[in-house]
Design a protein around this ligand. Structure first.
Ligand SMILES: *[C@@H]1O[C@H](CO)[C@@H](O)[C@H](O)[C@H]1NC(C)=O
Ligand SMILES: *[C@@H]1O[C@H](CO)[C@@H](O)[C@H](O)[C@H]1NC(C)=O
Ligand SMILES: *[C@@H]1O[C@H](CO)[C@@H](O)[C@H](O)[C@H]1NC(C)=O
Ligand SMILES: *[C@@H]1O[C@H](CO)[C@@H](O)[C@H](O)[C@H]1NC(C)=O
Ligand SMILES: *[C@@H]1O[C@H](CO)[C@@H](O)[C@H](O)[C@H]1NC(C)=O
Ligand SMILES: *[C@@H]1O[C@H](CO)[C@@H](O)[C@H](O)[C@H]1NC(C)=O
Ligand SMILES: *[C@@H]1O[C@H](CO)[C@@H](O)[C@H](O)[C@H]1NC(C)=O
Length: 847
């Protein structure tokens, strides 16, 4: 009885408290924002961070790894932006190694790297939708590096990506949403959030509302139209399309990028029963960045965040591929964040009244497959070859038709017409297949008609970004006022330089160690003339900055670095060369042990000193750009240009090539290492990643020495090399190499995703052999007649064939003395000559 009375009283107290509780904080909205960190995404992020925190409180950011950026670059940019804004309290979630089992069980921590339809157990997989995103200039390279401004402008805080310690997107979503009512903002693909909803249906009740920038319902794309007086030769491109897939509208004129990255995920979100507000192209097309807005923004940069956004906007304009920037660049995500904030400030606002856009309820669905439904044409892994469809989907339902398989899927391309596939289309429908969604249909004009800014939101955007409250604390140069961006170049006067070497690297961890070793070889023996970076393997192009930083550390800012083609040979699209296939590099994991770790050097790239040289999107008409940017002299040179200038500077003479890679299989017993293509047992990754290039090199007239997988494997044990380094003098480069190798070793022992780490140790062998001192290494070689298979068939491409008739004769490394090898390596690194000029980022910032 006593207990009953007691609990009654508690009930009463709660009842009494509820109204005051609501009165006090009713206006407070906790926000979780999922973003792929594209330029307009961080415009939105800064806008939200600057709003009144007792009204709009950003609690967490999750990063969409299936979109316009690469995970390692995206996550560190977010950490740095939050640090600049003094907001290290905001949780950041990214990636995860869980997967989806064949029976549809979603494992915890699924990383969201792949669209749900293609998500299996691993993070490696084909780029069915994502290949619509350009990879190099104007695409992921520029977004990853924010055109070069990420490293020149943003400060560097303590938070950063670190392998196996990074909170995952799913963890952060679960934690944030289970701690209270949450409003979710989706600025990229819906993969992360759909996976969250599918795995945590019990937490749906905590989601107040979902705001989405994406889709196009009644939109008519205003770009790519022919002027009225044009000649008949003008071909309208996207004019009037619903969507904005400018790289692939010949197959799909209906989709908008965000939703196209994962239509099935978008379907799950929009059909979840949770109230949704959509800001589609219908609305964003009515708020193009005008010349007047641009010029007003240029004059109003009173905070660091305004500066950062303006710089990014300006270089986007200056590098825009045609003359239509002001009619084809819109306020996308930032517009959505403005609309959302304005709606939320008003209570009980079911119609979504707000200052910036007109709203309307429209019943829509998201198209995930194309009619006719119920066919099985090999395009749809939810159904094809399965007795029970995945996730118990309905056999003849909306998900059961043809699913766009790739760029210019022949099923989607119609002769002389607009493509017919609708994957990712937010289609207006009547009847039970649709759901009512609150839609922004049009941007509101500025209430002050005399203003140069024609949209109300422009005024708010500039006001909020420039206001003092909640503004950024510093940028890189004010954080480190003593940092001097000086180049370090050695003085070679009076030295006789040795053999000229050009190092071609794909930026795997092993390549970085090999590069450090090459820089330690006496210049009288080996003169490293240039570095060529091939972003077709283990790392994405923007990782070239780590190469610059390493050279800076070693005092070798004199060495030119050329950026190679972002696609393997014959993989770029014949119609639009900025996009292409991932037929070969799809075998590299996106997450742990793959791109994520190479792009961050396993979390260590930020401990390198920061070089004044870095990738930048600066460009010049002289090199074929549409216009000169502000600093065309800073343009990133291409591999071919660097190569040609090196060749020109050399005396004619013999040219030898040392190739690290290839696998010579003896009697079909020892396998290659293309672990994600089971049908290809004998290829080695370096050859497989670009078979045509390998074939071209290995069949050339040059003298070749091959260091194949078999011998690399003999030298790939971590404990031996680490033990030997333990005993040497600690130069900064010994410290760095040791940290990297111990990290790899530790990860290998800790998590199955890092099982393959030893392949990187083997890659060092080439650098050591290059300046081999026969008396120590006792290296022996065979001569073999070799050919590489590059037929276009995955199951054989990249394999080495011994062919006595057609093969090219080359030297193949057979054996090296173990003890000698580890001694040479460790002694060289610990040599105090040619040692680092600036040991680390910390040292540099203290100087
Ligand atoms: C922020 O919002 C709260 C609650 O609505 C309000 O009391 C406060 O005055 C606002 N602060 C500013 C600086 O506008
Ligand atoms: C799916 O497969 C896993 C592993 O084989 C098993 O543990 C799980 O129970 C299965 N789930 C269903 C729903 O069949
Ligand atoms: C950082 O901010 C300072 C002060 O506003 C400015 O002078 C400097 O140019 C900024 N740094 C960069 C790299 O833009
Ligand atoms: C079309 O008209 C515009 C402006 O009226 C003019 O600038 C342009 O040169 C004309 N183009 C052609 C092909 O006549
Ligand atoms: C829109 O959806 C609602 C809820 O499902 C339904 O009641 C309404 O009839 C639909 N409207 C149209 C035009 O289909
Ligand atoms: C690769 O492309 C080149 C040039 O476009 C072409 O000549 C060659 O036939 C192609 N090779 C294959 C295997 O597709
Ligand atoms: C290959 O090596 C031989 C012997 O060292 C040399 O004579 C020849 O010029 C070299 N060929 C090339 C293409 O460098």
């Amino acid at each position: 009885m006593l207990f009953l009375g007691f609990s009654h009283r508690i009930c009463l107290m709660i009842l009494l408290f509820v109204p005051t509780f609501f009165n006090g904080v009713e206006s407070l909205h906790r926000i979780l924002l999922d973003t792929d960190v594209d330029t307009d995404d961080f415009f939105a992020l800064f806008y939200i961070l600057k709003l009144n925190r007792s009204e709009i409180d950003l609690k967490a950011i999750t990063i969409g790894t299936n979109g316009w950026t690469d995970s390692g670059h995206a996550v560190n940019q977010v950490y740095d932006m939050l640090y600049m804004m003094g907001r290290d309290d905001i949780a950041v979630g990214m990636g995860g190694e869980g997967g989806i089992l064949p029976n549809g069980t979603i494992l915890p921590d699924v990383g969201g790297y792949l669209p749900i339809i293609d998500q299996g157990y691993a993070t490696a997989g084909y780029c069915r939708y994502r290949q619509a995103v350009p990879v190099g200039l104007g695409g992921r390279l520029d977004i990853d590096s924010n055109y070069g401004f990420r490293k020149s402008f943003l400060p560097q805080g303590k938070r950063q990506y670190s392998p196996l310690r990074q909170p995952t997107a799913q963890q952060v979503m679960i934690k944030t949403i289970s701690s209270g009512p949450t409003v979710v903002f989706l600025l990229g693909s819906h993969t992360n959030f759909a996976l969250f909803l599918l795995s945590n249906p019990h937490l749906k009740k905590n989601i107040e509302h979902i705001y989405i920038m994406g889709g196009g319902i009644r939109s008519q794309n205003p770009t790519g139209c022919c002027p009225k007086n044009s000649t008949s030769s003008c071909q309208p491109r996207q004019c009037g399309d619903h969507g904005n897939l400018f790289t692939d509208y010949t197959s799909n004129p209906y989709a908008e990028f965000n939703l196209f990255m994962d239509p099935f995920a978008a379907y799950q979100v929009i059909h979840s029963g949770i109230p949704v507000t959509l800001v589609p192209l219908d609305a964003t097309n009515t708020i193009p960045i005008t010349k007047e807005f641009f010029e007003t923004f240029e004059k109003n940069q009173h905070t660091y965040e305004a500066q950062y956004c303006f710089k990014s906007l300006k270089i986007s304009r200056d590098t825009w591929f045609d003359d239509q920037f002001y009619t084809s660049y819109f306020m996308w995500d930032s517009f959505m964040s403005g609309i959302a904030a304005s709606i939320m400030r008003k209570q009980h606002n079911y119609q979504g009244e707000n200052e910036f856009a007109e709203m309307e309820y429209i019943n829509i669905t998201v198209v995930t497959s194309n009619m006719p439904y119920g066919i099985s044409d090999g395009s749809n892994p939810f159904f094809d070859g399965r007795t029970t469809p995945k996730f118990n989907l309905e056999r003849n339902g909306v998900h059961s038709g043809h699913v766009q398989t790739r760029l210019r899927d022949p099923v989607c391309v119609v002769k002389n017409g607009m493509g017919k596939c609708q994957d990712g289309y937010t289609k207006e429908v009547v009847g039970p297949s649709g759901v009512p969604v609150r839609v922004a249909v049009r941007a509101k004009p500025n209430q002050n008609p005399k203003s140069a800014l024609d949209r109300e939101f422009f005024v708010s955007f500039l006001d909020v970004l420039n206001q003092r409250e909640n503004s950024g604390l510093f940028n890189f140069s004010t954080q480190f006022p003593h940092y001097r961006g000086e180049l370090h170049k050695p003085d070679f006067r009076g030295k006789h330089l040795g053999k000229n070497v050009v190092f071609d690297m794909d930026m795997s961890a092993g390549d970085f160690i090999a590069l450090i070793y090459l820089l330690k070889l006496p210049v009288e023996e080996i003169n490293l003339k240039a570095i060529i970076v091939s972003p077709t393997g283990w790392a994405n192009a923007a990782t070239i900055d780590s190469v610059y930083d390493l050279l800076h550390m070693m005092g070798r800012d004199d060495i030119p670095v050329g950026l190679g083609d972002v696609f393997a040979m014959n993989q770029s699209d014949p119609v639009f060369s900025a996009v292409g296939d991932c037929k070969y590099n799809k075998v590299i994991p996106q997450g742990s042990g793959g791109f994520l770790d190479s792009d961050t050097l396993y979390g260590l790239s930020r401990s390198l000193p920061r070089s004044p040289r870095r990738y930048t999107a600066e460009n010049s008409v002289k090199f074929g750009a549409p216009r000169d940017t502000d600093h065309p002299e800073l343009r990133q040179p291409l591999a071919l240009e660097v190569w040609e200038s090196v060749v020109k500077s050399l005396d004619p003479g013999s040219k030898d090539i040392l190739v690290i890679g290839g696998h010579i299989n003896h009697g079909n017993t020892d396998k290659g290492n293309v672990f994600n293509v089971p049908s290809n047992k004998f290829a080695e990754l370096n050859m497989f990643l670009d078979p045509l290039a390998a074939k071209t090199v290995l069949s050339s007239e040059l003298n070749i020495t091959l260091i194949p997988l078999g011998i690399q494997r003999k030298f790939s044990a971590f404990p031996k090399i680490l033990k030997r380094l333990q005993l040497t003098k600690k130069t900064p480069e010994v410290i760095f190499v040791k940290r990297l190798l111990s990290t790899l070793h530790h990860l290998q022992k800790t998590h199955p995703r890092y099982k393959h780490m030893d392949i990187f140790v083997g890659e060092i062998l080439g650098a050591v052999i290059l300046a081999s001192d026969y008396s120590v290494l006792k290296s022996t070689f065979d001569v073999k007649k070799i050919k590489v298979s590059a037929t276009g068939y995955e199951s054989v491409d990249g394999q080495i064939i011994i062919d006595e008739k057609q093969g090219k004769s080359m030297k193949v490394l057979k054996n090296v003395d173990h003890l000698g090898y580890y001694n040479v390596f460790a002694n060289r690194l610990s040599d105090e000559k040619q040692s680092a000029v600036v040991g680390s980022f910390n040292r540099q910032t203290r100087l």
